[in-house]
Design a protein around this ligand. Structure first.
Ligand SMILES: [Zn+2]
Length: 718
């Protein structure tokens, strides 16, 4: 697949490949034209006239986002002692009142808002899909027709596996290993999300962020992490057995006889295990230096004699092929050995499995069901498949997110919210600046560099300056699989076309409706889509205390990523460069170890502890983020006479406001996957783990030494 190989860090986990990536060419600037206003009214009237049809899960398309207050006392458990378990105190009511829906692996304040966003987008798409409506804009036609085709289940069922026919024939036509690069290039362009043999894409040069170069990354696995192939505990062995059965089932669905499919599954497992062994761990991949191996194409070719890169580059129509970054050279050595040692028939089996695995969701129900049964039901514990409308909304957001996002922004993100969040960001920047200047452990030389980095950071709030132009992408009302495939090729080409061109710093890696935020160390920017600046996360009706605790804490979190154990290795321009004195770097590491040792003691599920070397960047960002949000809140409310509300002091409300972004319930299966793959700690520790390190929290609730939320060993970095 063509991948976006970014070192982006977000506030919570995003499904790999679920991000429709970044904007490039400027389209029309965002402002409300008379035509857009007319269209908006038209949409509104249509929604009024046509009552939406209820789905089987009784949800309805929404005309507007429902309101949930930013600080909700009914979400608290005031019988709990905040000094013993603050998470229970702030989120106990929420956890009790919000059981995990049957189609979810976890349920959280973020997840719930995201679900409501999807219902709202459903409403917009239902209107947009009405082809009889006069004068649909180009964007509305594309999103509406994509959605219509996706919802046309009878047509999709009728086609069965036939959308794979051409690619399966191409794989069947592989006669020699020499033909593999050309075939793989073609397949890579049209699959997304899941990985076939390796990942290839574009990214900023790690040492020179002004240049975009080609990146070749490790990949080729069907399980969520390399560790699944290598661990010897009972649960991992069981997972591998279930995975073998799943591969067999999928191969049977594309026509293999059971015995051949069972043998094929073993072949796939053997090949993927070889690739897994040669892949870096997630912890190793957090070290950007371990992924920085720029080389000439000639040198790369010499290291992989069994795979002709020139053919692959021709197949994906790569322009500049003089040099590239090979993130994991050892992986490619192993891949080359694998290609050489496996028969052509085995390579074909591997490709067939990965083709059907990558495109299962576009096919008829037996494929969709089998895919769900393994990846969602077995691995994540989800009880029921999400309704079709929800899957289709997610796909439109993935493939046409900046077309869909325009309407979303018009309806949900007014200039008042933008102004208030802009002010909050400015005060948080200022608080960080003040903290850097007064840090007792950092030298003046490093402080000067840190301040330069802070001042160089761009804040992107709400939506892109320029909307992506989908003009060359054909979307048809009666060709769902074709729409998905063309959209994927469109996105692959867009990623590859960046190579050799100037970096577009206005690009976004998340669509506007997304309920998430991120920091990008190579861009040195923080990005807050409109979707994450909605109640209950940011509540314009609420006072500053909970808003600074919640959204302020998240802004501080993303900003701190620029200074966590990974982000601190990039400079103001986004280049991988060590700007620390030796002494300061040592002092940082000592302080980061304090956080890492603290989180290593927390249990996720069963007897599995947090892998705190994987979560360190997020844990550091949570801690630093809340501290600077607190300082910014004090500045924002300086001189005001703040009152207690609902029996809580202003400081108590700030901390409860923070905690209530993280309220969640999770299935045990999902927690087990997260323990291996998620760089974020569970919500409980993203709250309690931070609070014990903030003396102002203890003061606000009059906690006493010896209580669980009070520690002698306070960790503090920023
Ligand atoms: Zn983060």
């Amino acid at each position: 697949m063509i991948v976006r190989t970014k070192f982006v860090v977000s506030i919570f986990l995003m499904a790999v490949g679920a991000v429709p990536a970044l904007a490039q060419a400027p389209a029309a600037a965002r402002k409300q034209t008379p035509a857009a206003a007319a269209e908006k009214n038209q949409l509104k009237n249509q929604l009024k006239q046509k009552p939406p049809i209820a789905a089987d899960n009784e949800k309805k398309p929404l005309m507007s986002l429902p309101y949930t207050p930013g600080l909700d006392v009914t979400s608290m458990d005031r019988t709990a002692d905040p000094c013993v378990d603050f998470y229970q105190y702030a989120c106990g009511g929420w956890m009790k009142h919000n059981p995990i829906p049957s189609d979810q692996a976890a349920w959280s304040v973020y997840g719930k808002l995201s679900d409501e966003n999807q219902q709202f987008l459903w409403g917009l798409l239902q209107v947009a899909s009405d082809a009889s409506a006069p004068s649909r804009s180009a964007a509305t036609q594309k999103t509406g027709d994509y959605f219509y085709a996706c919802m046309d289940e009878p047509a999709i069922e009728k086609l069965g596996a036939s959308p794979l026919k051409a690619d399966l024939e191409a794989i069947a036509g592989l006669k020699t290993r020499d033909q593999l690069p050309t075939l793989l290039g073609k397949l890579h362009l049209s699959i997304s999300g899941r990985s076939m043999l390796f990942g290839f894409g574009s990214n900023q040069d790690l040492k020179d962020s002004s240049r975009v170069i080609a990146f070749a990354a490790a990949g080729g696995l069907g399980l969520p992490d390399r560790d699944y192939y290598l661990k010897e505990d009972t649960k991992s062995k069981e997972t591998r057995e279930r995975y073998l059965a799943h591969i067999q089932k999928m191969l049977e669905l594309i026509g293999d006889l059971p015995a051949a499919a069972a043998a094929g599954a073993k072949t796939v497992m053997r090949m993927e295990t070889a690739l897994a062994k040669a892949s870096l761990t997630r912890v190793e991949k957090r070290d950007p230096y371990k992924l920085d191996h720029k080389m000439t194409t000639a040198a790369f070719q010499a290291s992989t004699p069994s795979f002709r890169w020139a053919d692959y580059f021709t197949a994906i129509r790569l322009g500049d092929t003089s040099e590239l970054n090979v993130t994991e050279p050892a992986f490619y050595t192993a891949m080359d050995a694998l290609i050489k040692s496996e028969s052509v028939a085995n390579l074909q089996t591997y490709l067939r499995w990965h083709l059907v695995n990558a495109r299962a969701s576009e096919l008829s129900s037996p494929f969709v069901q089998a895919d769900f049964d393994f990846y969602r039901r077995y691995l994540r514990g989800v009880k029921e498949m999400p309704s079709r409308w929800k899957r289709c909304v997610r796909l439109v957001d993935r493939d046409l997110g900046e077309a869909l996002g325009q309407v979303f922004v018009e309806k949900t993100f007014g200039p008042d919210v933008k102004a208030r969040t802009d002010k909050m960001v400015a005060l948080i920047d200022k608080a960080m600046e003040a903290r850097i200047k007064t840090l007792p452990w950092m030298s003046e030389a490093t402080k000067a560099q840190a301040l330069e980095k802070l001042h160089g950071m761009r804040n992107k709030i709400g939506y892109p300056n320029h909307w992506r132009d989908y003009g060359t992408l054909t979307i048809s009302r009666d060709d769902f699989a074709g729409n998905v495939s063309r959209s994927t090729v469109f996105e692959s080409r867009r990623q590859l076309a960046k190579i050799g061109k100037p970096v577009d710093r206005d690009e976004w890696g998340m669509t506007p409706p997304t309920v998430n935020a991120y920091y990008d160390p190579q861009m040195n920017d923080i990005n807050f889509p409109a979707g994450v600046l909605q109640p209950p996360l940011f509540d314009p009706k609420m006072d500053d205390a909970p808003n600074y605790g919640n959204t302020g804490g998240t802004i501080g979190h993303e900003l701190t990523h620029g200074f966590d154990d990974e982000g601190r290795q990039f400079d103001a321009k986004g280049n991988l460069r060590d700007w620390w004195t030796e002494g300061d770097a040592k002092e940082f590491q000592r302080r980061a170890s304090c956080v890492s040792d603290q989180y290593a003691k927390y249990t996720i599920v069963d007897d599995i502890k947090i892998n705190s070397k994987l979560t360190l960047g997020e844990d550091v960002a949570d801690l630093g983020g809340l501290i600077i949000a607190y300082v910014a809140w004090k500045e924002a409310t300086a001189g005001q006479q703040l009152q207690s509300i609902e029996g809580m002091t202003p400081d108590q409300r700030f901390f409860v406001g923070y905690a209530q972004w993280a309220c969640e319930n999770e299935r045990a299966e999902n927690l087990r996957v997260n323990a291996l793959t998620n760089p974020h700690s569970p919500g409980k520790y993203r709250v309690n783990g931070v609070m014990v390190n903030i003396p102002e929290f203890g003061k606000a609730f009059s906690c006493k030494p010896g209580q669980a939320m009070v520690t002698d060993n306070v960790c503090q970095i920023w």
